[in-house]
Design a protein around this ligand. Structure first.
Ligand code: 3HC
Length: 512
């Protein structure tokens, strides 16, 4: 068994494999990148040269260091060139049979002490290991895209894995400057299991026209503080990869919430694989680019038609804050309880400070339901301050356009959703928080590893368990109950652990 890994091979030089080669070469480790043809091997070299050229141009890397880095990496189309390495990381496409074939071949090539690692996103490491004569030396080593930037490495320990092999991979990840988290072999591991349920829910929202792709992405970046919205992220990861992972998650959990949405399947069938193909949920200026260009789904900018008259309905902090932010002369704050059934509120626009309750019930009492728009303000993040607008079933397009324009004048970022529990932000965040609580409850991973996975693997500002403690478990439970009551989806039922912690007045890491 190798004590320390000094030379590595990386098999498969797509987006992830090429990024992993760069991570090793940057850390002073000799690396051989391998792909199936001379052209693909050369393409791998091209990725490394381009990425390090960019770093050089941006003053992040000295010329001499770049030369040394490139000198540590070589490329081949012959797997037999990996005979002397201490460890191989496989990063070929997410097809179990393909991965098993690669492992069988590698098993016959590398020395008996070498460790074979797979960068699989969600496939069973155990099944891959079983294709070799050394299953105890097969470990998952799962990097996150872009591999040179994101710090998480999930180290997957199968039931037959040797402690020494797991430790060798964990130590190597530390030497790479990464944050390793060791977990068992379960579909999606920690991060993808939490991420892909969320992405799938976002796709469902889009498919059901609950909100637009732009508004959902803005809600999650501006409102929830995430580095990317779900559609930008899915395009980065690759829609084909997202589809494969969702399929594996569904096959493992049999939860309809993981079943890939028809929209995702159709986009993949149509060849829209995301950034790499130039089109995914968005359209890009060229394949591989992250620069979005307008397409037929790009919303037209609404005319900046400000309302002639405005009423803000509601009471409490949300209504007070709206009243403070909007131009004072337009305000007639009213107590919601003072509005009688069907009593007309005579205004072009009636903004209702959103409590999360169905807007329809309020609109019915106002008398001019077409002018009623719900508004929920979120706390500011570094990207601005989000205002979620709620469209009731009778709300007119003119009222929504007027509300958008008005809120923009107050430097808010407005997004529009339908009238459903959780709206966009809570509707996506809380099921994810609930899934994290269930993961703790199932003893798959502890709070620290879960929080590390989402902050270091997906760039989230806070991990889900810490976030649950921050928002308060009682509040989280009430939002999750409302979402569950509306959808009756078993997978959205609040985690019993949350209910128990609320009952005893404790948080995950706090006393109350
Ligand atoms: N390769 C190398 N470096 C890159 C890069 C890439 N592909 N993309 C960005 N960077 C570097 C930039 O050079 C820059 O470096 P610097 O700070 O030293 O100048 C830094 O990252 C920040 O880049 P930008 O300023 O261009 O852009 P952002 O600040 O918006 O960050 C991001 C870009 C790092 C991609 C950030 O948006 C992010 O973290 N997004 C979340 C991505 C995510 O969730 N990934 C996980 C997906 S799931 C997965 O991979 C698992 C798999 O199994 C599917």
């Amino acid at each position: 068994m190798v004590d320390q890994v000094n030379s590595v091979g990386v098999v498969g030089l797509g987006t992830m494999g090429a990024g992993i080669v760069e991570v090793f070469a940057r850390s002073g480790i000799t690396v051989i990148g391998a792909d199936s043809t001379p052209e693909l091997a050369e393409r791998g070299r091209g990725f490394l040269e381009k990425s390090t050229r960019r770093a050089l141009d941006r003053g992040k890397l000295a010329e001499a260091d770049r030369d040394a880095l490139l000198g540590r990496a070589s490329f081949t189309h012959q797997l037999s060139d990996l005979a002397d390495v201490d460890l191989v990381v496989e990063a070929v496409p997410e097809k179990l049979e393909l991965k098993r074939q690669v492992f069988t071949r590698l098993d016959g090539i590398v020395g008996p002490g070498a460790v074979l690692a797979t960068n699989t996103s969600s496939l069973s490491v155990t099944e891959i290991a079983a294709a070799t004569s050394r299953p105890e030396r097969v470990v998952g080593m799962h990097f996150f895209n872009p591999a040179p930037v994101l710090k998480l490495v999930e180290v997957i320990r199968t039931v037959v894995a040797d402690d020494a092999a797991v430790e060798a991979v964990r130590d190597l990840a530390v030497r790479l400057g990464k944050k390793p988290v060791v977990v068992g072999d379960q579909a999606g591991f920690i991060a993808n299991a939490l991420l892909f349920g969320y992405l799938n829910r976002a796709i469902a929202m889009l498919q059901e026209r609950f909100a637009t792709r732009e508004d959902i992405d803005a809600a999650m970046t501006v409102g929830a503080g995430l580095p990317m919205g779900p559609f930008t992220l899915a395009d980065l990861v690759g829609l084909d990869v997202a589809l494969e992972i969702s399929e594996v998650m569904f096959a493992h959990h049999r939860d309809p919430l993981h079943a890939p949405h028809p929209l995702l399947q159709q986009l993949v069938t149509a060849g829209r694989a995301g950034r790499k193909s130039g089109q995914g949920f968005y359209t890009y200026d060229r394949p591989g680019s992250g620069t979005v260009v307008a397409d037929q789904l790009t919303p037209a900018e609404p005319d900046a038609q400000l309302p002639d008259s405005l009423v803000v309905l509601g009471q409490g902090a949300g209504a007070d804050e709206l009243a403070r932010l909007l131009p004072a002369q337009d305000l007639r704050p009213l107590d919601l309880d003072a509005v009688g059934d069907g009593e007309a509120v005579d205004a072009d626009l009636v903004l209702v400070a959103d409590t999360g309750a169905p807007l329809g019930a309020v609109a019915a009492r106002v008398g001019r339901p077409e002018s009623v728009v719900g508004v929920r303000l979120h706390g500011p993040t570094k990207r601005g301050r989000l205002a979620e607008l709620v469209r009731g079933v009778l709300t007119s397009e003119e009222s929504l356009a007027a509300a958008r324009s008005l809120l923009r004048t107050a430097d808010l970022v407005p997004v529009v959703s339908g009238d459903r529990a959780g709206r966009i932000v809570d509707g996506l965040v809380h099921p994810y928080l609930n899934d994290a609580a269930k993961m703790v409850e199932a003893h798959y991973a502890g709070p620290d590893d879960i929080d590390t996975a989402m902050t270091a693997g997906c760039g989230y500002p806070v991990g889900p368990i810490a976030q649950l403690d921050q928002v308060g478990l009682e509040h989280a439970l009430s939002v999750e109950r409302a979402i569950y009551a509306e959808t009756r989806q078993p997978g959205l039922a609040p985690a019993p652990l949350l209910q128990q912690l609320v009952t005893v007045g404790r948080g995950f890491r706090t006393d109350g």
